[in-house]
Design a protein around this ligand. Structure first.
Ligand SMILES: [Zn+2]
Length: 299
């Protein structure tokens, strides 16, 4: 199976009633942890990097490590660029070998969002099997480069949603429905389930046009996650949860081994913590064991 674009595995998830976990990583140890957890669970998986780590570590370096891990993994693995607002960087990552690109032009006007998103769709589809995620409305919280107060976040308009998907040609679609990045400041974030269901019906009710993506997985109650999956959420983004796991495990290890100078052991502690959280999400999203369901048209 190995390296795949996001579209096929996310469509299979949408049709199968589960979601693929999309996990943000900032280093190679975390990337290995995500892949190892997915292999252990026999789950399709999406590795994501936001823009800053992709620039810091370099797209070509990340792609080289990704391909090495994906080629030997008996599960489909995708490398996705998350929330990129910079068209040139989207293209650079596509050129380097990322298999899915998220162009986030949601801060712009509706027409400009369509124009920029379509430009990246055209570029990626011309390159080959590189698929594209677009966003309509704004996901609240702290995004990598975009800060939006939760209460100011504009939700996706259902009628605009279908037009956005059709005019841009995106493969997978992230409508803002009230989920937020980072840690939720309230115990009961206002998620607009009805809007999500309506968008799912309009976009995918008459045939699968662009499976829906849920951003801001961290901190959502399990029943909220499962409800969104049941309504059609087929790719679920998890970032903050893994960052907390990695940093807390690193801190704990160093605190209890203050006179030891062994970076490898710190890495191992962080890796185990990330694996545990990825396992949790894979089970919650229902994608454990689903790698075996994937078609054999992929190499
Ligand atoms: Zn996001």
């Amino acid at each position: 199976m190995g390296s795949v674009s996001a579209r096929d595995i996310v469509i299979e998830a949408a049709e199968g009633g589960y979601a693929v976990g999309a996990f943000n990583i900032t280093d190679v140890v975390q990337m290995q942890a995500v892949v190892e957890a997915a292999v252990e669970k026999r789950a399709p998986v999406i590795i994501q990097t936001s823009v800053k780590p992709s620039k810091f570590l370099r797209p070509d370096v990340l792609v080289a490590v990704y391909r090495t891990l994906a080629e030997t993994a008996p599960v489909p693995v995708c490398l996705h660029l998350d929330h990129c607002t910079d068209l040139d960087h989207c293209k650079k990552c596509a050129d380097a070998g990322y298999t899915n690109i998220m162009i986030d032009a949601s801060r712009h006007s509706y027409e400009e969002n369509i124009r920029q998103t379509k430009a990246i769709v055209d570029y990626c589809h011309a390159l080959g099997d590189i698929t594209v995620e677009g966003e309509l409305g704004t996901v609240g919280g702290v995004e990598d480069q975009i800060k939006v107060a939760e209460d100011e976040a504009a939700l996706a308009d259902p009628v605009q949603a279908i037009e956005f998907v059709e005019r841009t040609g995106i493969d997978i679609f992230a409508p803002a429905i009230g989920t937020a990045h980072g840690v939720y400041k309230t115990k009961n974030p206002k998620i607009d389930f009805d809007r999500f269901a309506q968008i799912q019906q309009l976009v995918n009710g008459g045939g699968m046009l662009a499976p829906l993506i849920v951003h801001g997985g961290t901190g959502l109650k399990p029943e909220v996650v499962q409800r969104l999956v049941a309504l059609g959420g087929a790719k679920f983004n998890v970032s903050t949860d893994l960052k907390h796991a990695s940093i807390d495990a690193t801190y704990d290890y160093i605190s209890s081994h203050r006179t030891e100078y062994n970076p490898g052991k710190i890495d191992m502690a962080a890796k185990q913590a990330v694996i545990a959280r990825v396992n949790y999400w894979i089970d919650l999203l229902g994608c454990a064991g689903k790698a075996s369901c994937t078609g054999d048209h992929r190499s």
